[in-house]
Design a protein around this ligand. Structure first.
Ligand SMILES: [Zn+2]
Length: 420
């Protein structure tokens, strides 16, 4: 068994939280911003000090490579992201990068023998907070390996032309061209040169904490479906139209929402969200004539996702005098991680004597796209009060240290035995 340096790991957590410090305990560190650049510079400095070669690809994904003893062995990579949402926390994504750095520093300083090159990697623009969508650069790099029905939602040119949500004009590509860490396309991570990918990440939910588990072993990322639901009524004057003559699209949508809850709440372990709603014309003296609502549903079983799709598609065409239409925007099957890598994680946790459980990832991560390209898995760290994407996001130093030890030992098992 091997152990990382807890103080050195905590020093990194304390250093990186200054790059985009929002003054309220969290950070705002958009992809390709000056704060992102500060984090990249510190990554480069520390990794070169540990003896790594640092390089980047054409999407500014960044790699720090520690040479292994066997020049023919494929690289083993540990990757996550260092960008954040607005007023996000100090652990989402960045903890995976800092842990990858810590593993490299440990292997280097303790001179732990390893055959494979070991790489710490930063994925660019996972959050998609400034340039949507989320998980952008891993979707581009892994694009050729994704199933067609997923790949069609991630057209590279469209993504590169994504506009800043702040100034509405700068494109992701323009920002990338100006970013000092834009490198060469041939440096992109690929299955020919890479053996396996590990991503350590905070859980971003309450399950590990509630169950008093120290580490999460992650076998999969949940399958999901996304619908848009639309009601159409008739706009009219708020004062002159008696209630019985109204076709109120918002009222109809409210009925639809209740109906959705009646049906979907019966399905065990399903999580679903109707997070976005648009009402037209959204004027207090006008009866709404148009309403559009999103539905995002997630479950480990593909059959359950099919059942949800059937329930939503079978909603009536008319509600409260308004027409109702549902449209499946996209869906995705559960992504299972590589069983051998999952077993290395589990074996490492057991040897280290930490409490653990299997936990499915409800959130999307770079690892979910990487899994289509190479053997991949994740390790989860408990999140205090299950909070994430907020200033209060927190994982205890002990939990961070434990998960980092699991990452180190799992990577070394992969180095020794490879992936079957
Ligand atoms: Zn993340």
């Amino acid at each position: 068994m091997h152990f990382v340096d807890k103080e050195r790991l905590l020093d990194k957590i304390n250093t990186f939280k200054h790059f985009g410090d929002d003054g309220m305990g969290g950070i705002t560190r958009y992809a390709l911003s000056k704060e992102d650049l500060l984090a990249r510079e510190e990554f480069k400095r520390r990794m070169e000090e540990a003896g790594c070669i640092v390089y980047s690809d054409d999407l500014a994904n960044m790699y720090a490579l520690l040479k292994g003893s066997d020049a023919k062995a494929k690289k083993i990579v540990m990757a996550s992201h260092c960008d954040s949402v607005k007023n996000g926390g100090n652990y989402d994504g960045i903890l995976g990068v800092l842990s990858a750095m810590e593993v490299i520093e440990t292997i280097s300083s303790q001179k732990i023998p390893h055959k494979h090159d070991i790489v710490a990697m930063i994925w660019t623009n996972e959050e998609g907070s400034l340039y949507p969508p989320a998980i952008m650069c891993s979707s581009i790099v892994c694009g050729p390996y994704l199933p067609k029905e997923i790949a069609k939602n991630y057209d590279e040119n469209k993504l590169l032309n994504s506009k800043s949500v702040i100034d509405k004009t700068t494109t992701f590509k323009e920002a990338l061209d100006k970013f000092p860490y834009k490198g060469k396309k041939e440096n992109r991570i690929n299955p020919k040169d890479y053996e396996a990918m590990f991503e350590l990440h905070i859980e971003q939910g309450p399950i590990l904490e509630t169950n008093r588990k120290e580490v999460g072993v992650v076998p999969c990322v949940l399958g999901m479906c996304n619908f848009s639901i639309e009601t159409k009524g008739v706009a009219n004057h708020a004062g002159t139209t008696p209630m019985k003559y109204r076709k109120d699209a918002l009222f109809a949508m409210a009925k639809v929402l209740i109906k959705i809850h009646e049906e979907l709440d019966k399905i065990p372990d399903l999580v679903y969200t109707t997070g976005e709603i648009n009402v037209h014309p959204c004027v207090h003296t006008v009866i709404p004539d148009h309403c559009l609502m999103s539905l995002d549903a997630r479950h480990v079983s593909d059959e359950v996702i099919e059942k949800v799709k059937h329930i939503i598609s079978s909603l009536p065409n008319e509600v409260e005098g308004c027409t109702l239409k549902t449209h499946l925007e996209w869906d995705r099957k559960t992504t299972y991680f590589n069983k051998t890598l999952v077993s290395y994680v589990e074996e490492s946790v057991k040897e280290l004597g930490y409490s653990y459980q299997y936990i499915n990832s409800g959130a999307g991560h770079d690892a979910q796209f990487a899994a289509y390209m190479l053997p991949t898995t994740m390790i989860f760290v408990p999140s205090k009060d299950g909070r994430s994407h907020c200033d209060e996001e927190y994982s205890s130093p002990t939990h961070c240290y434990q998960a980092c030890n699991v990452l180190l030992n799992a990577v070394l098992k992969c180095d020794e035995r490879g992936v079957k």
